[in-house]
Design a protein around this ligand. Sequence first.
Ligand code: CUA
Length: 160
Amino acid sequence: MHVDPLEKKWMYVVALITVVMIASMTYAAVVMNLHPPSNVETIDPKTLHLSGEFAEDNLGVTTNPDGSVTVRMVAARYAFYPQLIEVPANTPVKFRITTPDVLHGVHVPFTNMSTMIVPGYVSEVNTQFSRTGEALFLCNEYCGLGHDYMWSRLRVLPAD
Ligand code: CUA
């Protein structure tokens, strides 16, 4: 089969780009522990506040029998509820976050806690925090005029 030399050159370029992209994704996943959101779980944004795990009384931090922690939060224009989350250090933390209105994001600087919060879905992130102290819980998807003011606090306490 005859392949034009110029076309062959571009085939090598495409192959090289593919290898570099797969290598960088593998590096991010293995070394930096960054993963795309993988939890596909739907919820009705119009009724999530009425009953179930995202009703107001059920939000916040729950300690599970195995010692891990589950945090349930609602992101709504323009705040995260509850406003202050306290979790123990070096303990598995599962965040479950959803929104009744528009697309939001959440990012805790200098950690791998980062996800989009899409209306109609429950975003789930499994992580743990090694550094104690207070960190910001920031919205990082433009969600309207109050986006700049949409943040809350995460306090990491020494595990006891
Ligand atoms: Cu919520 Cu930006």
